[in-house]
Design a protein around this ligand. Structure first.
Ligand code: SF4
Ligand code: SF4
Length: 96
């Protein structure tokens, strides 16, 4: 068993399980590293964004990174972030 996973009766998402869900997105989560506790402390602390993302598309790293191929823009990470480090911005503002 993956040692990083909590022991409970919950199920776990897998990145890409529902296809390239990034195409569903109308809003894009952006992490402000100056407000992120893990980044500021340079430790793997908090990580609620990683824990709650239903697409498992946020990395458990310093800083946490979002894979936009699979991020569907649901906003759960922004809701759960205790320091409001994640903002949801209009997808139309980004050109790729
Ligand atoms: S939930 Fe917010 S503060 Fe916590 S690691 Fe994620 S971005 Fe950083
Ligand atoms: S908005 Fe946040 S919680 Fe939702 S899929 Fe994207 S990274 Fe995951």
């Amino acid at each position: 068993m993956d040692e990083e996973r909590p022991i409970s009766s919950m199920s776990f998402p897998i990145e890409g399980e529902a296809g390239k869900t990034g195409t569903w997105r109308t809003h894009r989560p952006i992490i402000d590293k100056t407000k992120c506790t893990a980044t500021k402390q340079n430790k793997l602390v908090c990580m609620l964004c990683w824990l709650f993302c239903p697409e498992a598309t946020i990395s458990k790293t310093i800083p946490p990174k979002i894979n936009y191929e699979y991020c569907k823009g649901c906003g759960v990470c922004a809701e759960e972030c205790p320091t409001k480090a994640i903002s949801m911005e209009e997808e139309a503002n980004f050109k790729e």
